[in-house]
Design a protein around this ligand. Sequence first.
Ligand SMILES: [Zn+2]
Length: 107
Amino acid sequence: MSVDFLDDGSFSEYLFQLIDMGRIEPHLIRLARQVIDQGIESLDASQRETFQTEVLDVFTTPNCSQCGAKIPWAEMAETIDQDGICGWCIHLRSRGLTSPPISARKG
Ligand SMILES: [Zn+2]
């Protein structure tokens, strides 16, 4: 599944949050800051590869692992410590409930 980070300004905000939380490895912070300041297209091929495998692949949770809902960048930092589940599932879990897969919700 592709991640539409280029269309979404809140991706930079998310990266900034990750740096702030100390999640980004020190050797990757410069790269992350460059993406925040100049966009991912400013990286050369090898930088982009590094950013993809060591930042995006590690910290991107496009869909909730519980219900399958799309997780917005604004909520993603919250999901890192919650098994990659969405804000709604975190909410339900805090009340001792589990949401059904999103495919089972309709009808
Ligand atoms: Zn969910």
